[in-house]
Design a protein around this ligand. Structure first.
Ligand code: 5GP
Ligand code: MN
Length: 338
């Protein structure tokens, strides 16, 4: 994002926030830590400015984030009557395009203005105030800059939400998006009261038993392809039923195939209601978002996904492995090809 567009986006955001009172916050489907932390921080900030803030999501928040403040602002689409709904401004968080908020979109369409705050490189720059910065590690990082520009006093609640946003989207400050700015932000949030040890324990070490049981089932399906460059796992409905897993229990499974020495692309196939969801995690110079785009999806350079409809999981696996093999031969650097 150029300096100009930062200033322009911020100026527009200021213009939209100041005179308006009723805000609706939209998250993407299956909200993750960045999404949940960002939307709660945004709602708490609007609260401090004396505004009404409602987060509307089609999916629930993963239970591991229940400890975060601001949940009283959260509601699900099924609990709201669209006919009676009204808002001045809709704020899309972490959504590359409006459709990413799924069945919550009609609620945004009732708002007069749209604000688009996101860090996806594929963001379509929709809306009336556009704060899109692909160099930000998390949407929460953009909010942190915005709050400081708007001279918001960051309290312990907002600090905790933003810390979760940046902690989860940087893989606990391990991924290549862990910049000096990210660590400065984390330091500032800790000064404002965020507690790193407690937060890490709540996010990473308070998992439901079913999620660890599901990991066990998924790892039994581990396959290695392409001379060790590709590792994949599958999660079927039958496995989920066997261990009474919820959809959020699939979170993090893909980090295991990705952690194997020599693997440059990890893939997870998951049977979903609407088709087979495929997740990609990559290493080195392999662009995961380009891989996901081949299947109609998108995402970030090292983490992306796509939903493939009308095929069974084994059919999707065959198709994706074939295309991935060709992709690695065609597009990756000589080190990866070797
Ligand atoms: P995950 O693999 O954890 O579901 O998603 C990783 C990233 O890929 C997400 O942050 C999101 O940006 C992107 N992503 C996942 N699924 C889809 C999808 O079906 N469509 C698009 N456009 N992006 C996706
Ligand atoms: Mn994000």
């Amino acid at each position: 994002m150029t300096h100009n567009s930062v200033e322009e986006g911020l100026a527009r955001a200021r213009e939209l926030i100041r005179p308006h009172r009723r805000f609706v916050i939209l998250e993407h489907e299956k909200p993750d830590g960045d999404c949940v932390g960002s939307s709660l921080a945004m709602a708490l900030a609007l609260d401090k400015w004396g505004k009404q803030a409602l987060i509307v999501s089609d999916d629930p928040h993963p239970v591991i984030y229940d400890f975060l403040p601001g949940q009283e602002h959260f509601t699900r689409t099924g609990y709201l009557d669209l006919a009676d709904f009204d808002a001045d401004v809709a704020i899309f968080l972490d959504c590359g395009e409006p459709e990413r908020c799924g069945r919550a979109l009609p609620f945004a369409q009732k708002a007069k203005y749209w604000m688009n705050i996101d860090h996806h490189v594929s963001n379509t720059k929709f809306g009336d105030a556009v704060l899109v910065d692909p160099s930000a590690a998390a949407t929460g990082e953009i909010l942190w800059s915005m709050f400081r520009e708007l001279e918001l006093e960051i309290d312990v609640g907002i600090a905790t939400c933003l810390y979760v946003a940046v902690l989860t989207d940087t893989g606990s400050f391990r991924y290549e998006n862990t910049t000096p700015r990210v660590l400065r932000m984390a330091a500032h949030l800790i000064e404002k009261g965020a507690r790193p040890q407690e937060i890490s324990e709540l996010v990473y070490e308070a998992k439901p038993l079913s999620s660890v049981m599901l990991l066990g089932e998924a790892l039994k399906t581990l396959e290695i392809h392409d001379g060790g460059r590709i590792a994949c796992v599958s999660v079927t409905r039958e496995m989920m039923r066997k261990v009474a897993a919820t959809s959020e229990d699939t979170e993090g499974i893909i980090t295991y195939p990705r952690s194997i020495q020599g693997v440059v692309v990890a893939v997870q196939f998951r049977e979903a209601d609407e088709g087979v969801h495929v997740s990609f995690r990559t290493r080195r110079a392999v662009d995961a978002s380009r891989i996901a785009e081949m299947f109609g999806g998108g995402g970030h350079p090292r983490a992306a996904g796509a939903l493939i409809k009308g095929k069974t999981l084994p059919e999707v696996r065959t198709l994706v492995l074939e295309e991935l093999h060709k992709f690695l031969e065609r597009d990756s650097d000589p080190v990866i090809k070797a």
